[in-house]
Design a binder for this molecule. Sequence first.
Ligand SMILES: O=C(O)CCC(=O)C(=O)O
Ligand SMILES: [Fe+2]
Length: 284
Amino acid sequence: MHPRTTITPQLRDWILTTTRDGHSVTEVLRLMKDNGYDPRQSRSIVAEVLKLPLAALNAAAPGASPRGLRTRHPEAPEVDVDGHLVGISLSVENPALRVLENLLAAEECEELIALAQPRLKRALTVASDGSNQVDQRRTSEGMFFTLNELPLVGRIEQRLATLLGMPVSHGEGLQILHYLPGQEYEPHFDWFDPQQPGYDTITAVGGQRVASVVMYLNTPAQGGGTAFPELGLTVTARRGAAVYFAYEGGDQQSLHAGLPVQRGEKWIATKWLRERPYGHSHKA
Ligand SMILES: O=C(O)CCC(=O)C(=O)O
Ligand SMILES: [Fe+2]
């Protein structure tokens, strides 16, 4: 282990204030360099303070595993998925991001909520050693469906597979999350950090995550959008709509957060896609 760098309270405050004021991580690193910090050291300091994977801050991100499949980005204005019309109302190129309208019908959203509600537990995140952990950064409650667990789940998985040109087998089980007022999911990446010790365990089956689809199952009365701080973009949470985004391990632009719900509640279904088929047989 390397000795940990001591971070003065002043420097910690400055990094937090500067990023909260809307400056990007790249700018923070540049300012630190201008002030005489060794860039390698500033990267670990900023990663530590902002709780970001170090790999995200390293200019040359290591190409982790053999390259598997990538999703196809849906093209505006709309895509007909076996008779179900999905609208594309916003497109970003870096990262590839699409806001999808009418991905789910209102009845599908309601049914997913009703099925998930009795099975909710405090949401976990994947720890750096590969285990699941309770994380203060994610205060919502959640549950997972196994792949194709119910006809409705299978139908949605097939719709996503057709829309994104990625076999159903590359998907992790659909996750449902429920947020109450004040609950949020702080800025994070969905890809796994190749520099973390648990990376090989986490990616042994399925490889790296390559894309995410966050589907909104209801419309929170206020707040609860999905923010992309590096893009200055917030996607509104509206029932039936979704945000799809794709990335590579090491990518910085896909940093995102579930903003605090201010009034009402928020329900989402998240689908994470892997570069290779994800073994589902080990799941209970
Ligand atoms: O709650 C949101 O809007 C974002 C959820 C998210 O980032 C995730 O499930 O990975
Ligand atoms: Fe996420």
